[in-house]
Ligand binder design. Structure first.
Ligand SMILES: [Zn+2]
Length: 222
């Protein structure tokens, strides 16, 4: 097994490479269109075949050309189970395979309506649903109610030692675990659904007055 974290320091965006070194099959989670040349070179260097291009979500409406750029990686693209072509490999199932490795797809809407997370071994790639110690870089999630339910009923129901890898770094941090975030996440840990929703709907400055650490209130596109 080969696992690599790819972080763009300028934007904080994070992608992940998961590889089965026995079969040389691999998967990419949330690759960036801007990194396609780099990713191709890396796959070539390690003699890996890209089987799955996995996106937890997208902001393609704000990033024209992103989807087309990723097409150059020529892999089966999975984003939301409903978006998979009916006859495509992996369609109609919540499990995906690359090489001898198994991934489970978990619908985790909230940040965007169609967000999914991917569970692989002891780690969950949860995109921008739940960044380390922060409500991820967004003044307003697309579906706040679903976001609370996804975090508290889906993610926090996983074993405490499950590692959580997000797609946007918070002050350089990209990984935490379920136990830590279940207890201490400043938005989801120990509070109530109603309190969370009231806070999300409050004016942004007020909502973040007790957020730790604060996130930049800029438009988030990763
Ligand atoms: Zn996002």
């Amino acid at each position: 097994m080969y696992f690599r974290i790819l972080q763009d320091e300028a934007s904080g965006a994070v992608s992940y490479l998961l590889a089965d070194l026995d079969t040389r099959e691999c998967a990419l989670v949330d690759p960036r269109g801007a990194d396609v040349s780099l990713l191709k070179a890396m796959l070539h260097e390690h003699k890996l075949h890209l089987s799955l291009l996995l996106r937890t979500h997208d902001h393609d409406a704000l990033l024209p050309g992103e989807a087309a750029a990723l097409d150059a990686l020529a892999a089966l693209r999975i984003q939301h189970p409903c978006s998979v072509e009916p006859n495509a490999p992996g369609a109609g199932t919540s499990a995906l395979v690359f090489g001898n490795e198994l991934l489970r797809v978990m619908p985790t809407p909230g940040h965007t309506a169609g967000c999914v997370s991917y569970l692989w071994r002891d780690r969950l790639f949860c995109g921008d649903l739940l960044s380390v110690d922060a409500c991820p870089h967004q003044p307003r999630p697309a579906k706040p109610e679903a976001m609370w339910d996804s975090a508290t009923r889906q993610v926090f129901a996983l074993p405490g030692e499950t590692l959580l890898f997000c797609s946007h770094a918070t002050q350089g941090r990209v990984v935490s675990n379920v136990l830590e975030q279940r207890r201490w996440h400043p938005w989801f840990g120990g509070g109530t659904r109603d309190a969370f929703l009231a806070r999300v709907r409050a004016p942004f400055a007020e909502a973040n007055a007790f957020s730790s650490p604060p996130s930049a209130p800029s438009v988030h596109t990763s």
